[in-house]
Design a protein around this ligand. Structure first.
Ligand SMILES: [Fe+2]
Ligand SMILES: [Fe+2]
Length: 339
């Protein structure tokens, strides 16, 4: 039976939710930026098609892109549902506003990606079990913090990485010019995770925090499995699967470090353990080229990573810098320029 609703009179008392004033301020801005950086999906896609022509590519590339971006499409739907749920269930005002704005963004991401794939002649199909498990795990998580961490800080950073790489490779011009609009929105969504998760975690018991930590391991494993399965398709598109997982993971770790810093947690072992685990599994499944043919060297590298970490870890900014010039059709930017 649905939970009985009552008026949350305490929603303005952010301290009682563990929400710091500076985090609340940023979350409030996330909502208003959603308006200022808004874009009309129908208009943007049709303008890009008018400028660059109907999206087209050879059949092999089309199939590969279809499989990779079907995951993005269903990921957008999962993000839509989760943000709508967060908007409903989060009580304090500012994060509630930010989640509400995200739900609106994700609905646009979903229909625009659907329309783009349709224009390309790709029908979104069933996705790899790893990606499906990942999205369903987050959607069905037993705690709101797991949904926030799973979607905003684990799935979105990997999507941001993929967008950034695919855009850089200019696989298809309409997609290349469409992705900055997605990237700018997704950056705001990552901010919701970074700014609100500390408040949620400050109210969690030790058992709940440990369960959240274990949940991260599980999600990471599904991400690496999906990346491994997509290896061939990514290569067809010119994307290096190892770079994708390494940069994606570097962003996730950066997000977690920001959350722990907000919580005044000085211990680095939670991120170190996650980092080494991800690096070790990546080395096993997608070995560095020097270890590709030699199982013994590969196992030795894995052992070294577990014991000492990787000597040269990948570092990457958490969210990309997207300028107004990269999103010339954004309605908010246009109004600002006209003014
Ligand atoms: Fe999205
Ligand atoms: Fe998002």
């Amino acid at each position: 039976m649905a939970q009985k609703r009552s008026i949350p009179y305490s929603m303005f008392d952010r301290e009682s939710y563990g929400l710091a004033a500076k985090n609340a301020k940023i979350l409030e801005r996330v909502y208003h930026k959603g308006h200022a950086q808004g874009w009309d999906g129908k208009e943007v896609l049709s303008s890009l098609i008018a400028e660059h022509g109907t999206p087209t590519m050879n059949e092999t590339q089309k199939q590969a892109l279809g499989r990779v971006f079907s995951i993005i499409l269903w990921g957008e739907l999962a993000a839509w549902r989760i943000s709508a749920e967060l908007a409903d269930e989060i009580e304090p005002l500012e994060p509630k506003m930010a989640a509400t704005s995200q739900a609106f963004d994700e609905s646009r991401h979903f229909y625009v990606m659907h329309d783009y794939l349709e224009a390309l002649g790709v029908r979104p199909n069933a996705i790899h079990w790893g990606a499906r498990r990942l999205l369903e795990k987050v959607m069905n998580a037993d705690h709101l913090a797991k949904k926030l961490l799973g979607m905003q800080l684990m799935v979105e950073p990997v999507a941001l990485t993929l967008f950034h790489i695919v855009k850089g490779l200019n696989v298809e011009p309409v997609l290349t010019h469409l992705l900055p609009y997605y990237e700018r929105d997704e950056s705001r969504h990552v901010a919701l995770g970074v700014q609100y998760l500390p408040a949620m975690m400050s109210k969690m018991s030790v058992t709940e925090r440990l369960s959240l930590f274990a949940f991260q391991f599980e999600l990471l494993s599904y991400e690496i499995a999906t990346n491994f399965w997509l290896m061939r398709d990514l290569s067809v598109l010119g994307v290096d699967p190892r770079a994708l997982i390494e940069v994606g993971k570097a962003k996730q770790i950066k997000a977690m470090e920001a959350v722990l810093e907000s919580l005044d947690v000085t211990a680095s072992y939670p991120t170190v353990i996650l980092d080494r685990y991800a690096d070790a599994v990546t080395e096993l499944t997608l070995p560095a080229s020097s270890n590709a043919g030699n199982l013994w060297n590969r196992l030795k590298s894995v052992t070294d990573i577990i014991r000492h970490g990787r000597p040269s870890a990948v570092d990457h900014e958490l969210v990309p810098t997207i300028t107004d010039e990269m999103t010339p059709l954004a309605t908010g930017d246009r109004m600002r320029r006209a003014a």
